[in-house]
Design a protein around this ligand. Sequence first.
Ligand code: C2G
Length: 129
Amino acid sequence: MRKVITYGTFDLLHAGHINILKKAKDMGDFLIVGLSTDQFNLKKGKTAYHSFTHRKIILESIRYVDMIVPEKSWDQKIRDIKYYDIDAFVMGDDWEGKFDFLKPYCEVIYLPRTSGISTSKIKSDLNKI
Ligand code: C2G
């Protein structure tokens, strides 16, 4: 069984999130999502609208997602890849190159982001209403 992992906040879920989750799942048989905790988001300098609990409920309902684990720190990825026996790590290409240190442990794949949509764009557009 080919296992894929990806990480993110997945706040205010939109088509860009769904597209990468679908593409990541299509690269294997089992997709694990490392979902950023609210505490970790503070370290990422972002505050999600939905709590971790709600973002997890929403993500669990997506057909492409097989398992969700909390993302609590920047340095858990190697541990996760070994522990869950991951074959491929997938991220949007806004992260291009940032996770190449994972290459000794699994395939590292950066996929093109879906243009024209982002959680921050949703927030700023709503503020203009
Ligand atoms: N994404 C995308 N297209 C968009 C918006 C987001 O493909 N229009 C992808 C991102 O590239 C990322 C995933 O969707 O791979 C989740 O995006 P975020 O929730 O914004 O995640 P991020 O804050 O980038 O956190 O350790 C990694 C971090 O947790 C990633």
